[in-house]
Design a protein around this ligand. Structure first.
Ligand SMILES: Cc1ncc(COP(=O)(O)O)c(C=O)c1O
Length: 381
């Protein structure tokens, strides 16, 4: 296990419970970016081949994280929304087709499918608030369903879906399966093959502990072939770098989705961040995340003043615990949120309550301190 105190030298007094929004960089990431900045200042791109090696290293780490069979299945995009948009723009839709999603999705995974209405494609948003969310999703499927697109973990309450069950249902019916994994990759183990995912999309700035603006776009080789390309440039062709060549074809690999120059500072940063997760091991990281979630869940449940807005069943848990104070209305929750932020407890206001999202390195005592602060605050009369 890496030295977590050394890697996360947060300001004295700061409690950071916001990895479901934007995570913290480990020390090694900050150092990698500083070094890269110095290199650019002193030597420019003299050692560009080394940058390309860093890019390949990142593809390897992402393939490991998502459970891809090959680095060929990994494209590096700007963000989750871009990946979802490439899928929506790339599939050959027919009037009357439908896409299934849930009614708890982050806007990125709703708006993009709503945009297909002008092509006669219907978005069905399954109500996943009941006991069996997967059954509710599967019940929406019919002969016109082309794609299921859900988040592995819902952003507001942290509900974790059974991806294997959903992937199997899709496979049986010939439906494509797209997973927005931004709220689980880097926190929970993931296996794209085991859940039969055709597409997996996730930016690196949350649980992966990286910067904004570098995202994973996993495509299964067969699904990849089904996406019509919508962006073009020197970098997405099979013989990238052969600038004299006039004929071209798209790269066989997922690089075909990367039209031009890569985000090299972001790549250096995310590669360093993932090296930490790799060193710790995803089983250990997941155990640490779930230990914190279980602790917070218990503490909220045992306090009559709080109402838990997140799942209680262990298999539904993720890194997110949301709750509200029974005595406060929406406006007062917004004031409580501002108070917590001003006091140095970084969290979010989501789904009608306060959302805490610690990571595996978060000191356990910070959880109790943050809850006490939330319990003891009172609205100014
Ligand atoms: C489930 C989910 N999807 C997507 C995003 C953001 O997507 P992007 O990487 O496009 O900014 C978020 C951010 O909170 C999210 O929670």
């Amino acid at each position: 296990m890496p030295d977590l105190r050394h890697e996360f030298p947060l300001d004295e007094g700061l409690i950071y419970l916001n990895h479901a929004a934007v995570g913290v960089w480990p020390r090694r990431t900050a150092e990698a970016v500083k070094q890269f900045a110095d290199e650019n200042m002193c030597r420019g791109a003299q050692h560009y081949p080394a940058w390309m090696q860093r890019e390949q290293s990142l593809r390897q780490r992402l393939a490991w994280l998502v459970g891809a069979a090959s680095t060929e299945d990994i494209a590096l995009l700007k963000n989750t929304s871009e990946g979802l948009s490439l899928i929506a723009a790339g599939l050959d839709w027919q009037t009357g087709d439908n896409v299934i999603s849930s009614n708890q999705e982050f806007p990125s995974n709703r708006i993009v499918w709503e945009s297909l209405a002008r092509q006669g494609v219907e978005l069905r948003q399954a109500d996943i608030s009941g006991e069996d969310p997967e059954a509710a999703i599967i019940a929406c499927m019919d002969g016109q369903t082309r794609l299921l697109s859900v988040s592995s973990v819902q952003f507001a309450g942290g509900l974790r879906l059974d991806l294997k069950r959903l992937g199997e249902a899709c496979r049986e019916r010939g439906i494509l399966f797209c997973v927005d994994a931004i709220q689980s990759l880097g926190a929970l183990s993931f296996d794209a093959g085991a859940c039969h995912a055709d597409f997996v999309v996730a930016d690196g700035h949350k649980w992966m502990l990286g910067p904004e603006g570098v995202a994973l776009f996993y495509t299964h080789p067969e699904a990849r072939e089904r996406l019509r390309l919508t962006q073009f440039g020197w970098h997405m062709v099979e013989h990238a770098g052969d600038f004299e060549r006039r004929d071209w074809r798209p790269a066989k690999s997922a690089r075909r989705f990367e039209p031009g120059s890569p985000n090299t500072p972001g790549i250096h940063a995310l590669d360093a961040s993932l090296s930490l997760l790799q060193q710790a091991g995803m089983a250990q990281v997941e155990a640490g995340v779930l230990q914190r979630t279980a602790w917070l869940t218990e503490a909220v449940l045992h306090d009559e003043g709080f109402e838990l807005l997140s799942p209680v069943r262990p298999e539904r848990m993720s890194g997110i615990v949301s709750f509200r104070r029974r005595d406060l209305d929406a406006k007062e929750h917004a004031a409580l949120y501002r108070h917590l932020m001003q006091a140095g407890t970084v969290c979010a206001l989501r789904g009608g309550g306060i959302r805490f999202s610690p990571h595996f390195y978060t000191p356990m005592q910070h959880l109790g301190e943050a809850l006490t602060m939330a319990r003891e605050w009172s609205p100014v009369a």
